[in-house]
Ligand binder design. Structure first.
Ligand SMILES: [Zn+2]
Length: 126
């Protein structure tokens, strides 16, 4: 069970909350996108979770919708071309590492087979 459950707001209220609580970047509409520096995901204003406030959990806060992320507005940047290229590069790097890992595993299983073949005792000579 989550300690705080997100507050459901109408689109208008949500946008209003985003505009008030995000002092770093202006929100013009709910479907605006942000890149979360903490979890590395693209999030939209609509997805951002509003917690606290009304239900008596202290001041109203907005957090990243990604599970276990909870990043704050300060960590959300506009997905500019520069940011999108960075994301693409990180993805490509991850993919490359994945391939290397897979190749590594394949190589290990091949060398294991070779070792077995090599260490097989020689048949006794006549
Ligand atoms: Zn996040």
């Amino acid at each position: 069970m989550a300690l705080v459950s997100p507050i459901k707001l109408s689109d208008e209220e949500k946008l209003d909350v985003l505009q008030r609580l995000d002092r770093f970047r202006q929100w013009h509409f709910l479907d605006e996108k942000r890149y979360c520096l903490v979890c590395g995901k693209i999030i939209t204003g609509r997805e951002i979770q509003v917690i606290g406030g009304i239900r008596g959990n202290g001041p109203l806060r907005i957090i990243c919708p990604t599970e276990h992320c909870n990043a704050m507005p300060m960590e959300w940047v506009r997905p500019t071309d520069e940011v999108l290229i960075k994301i693409a590069l990180v993805e490509a790097e991850r993919h490359r590492l994945d391939l290397i890992n897979r190749a590594g595993r394949a190589m290990r299983s091949i060398s294991k087979v070779n070792t077995i073949v090599r260490t097989r005792p020689k048949p006794p000579l006549g």
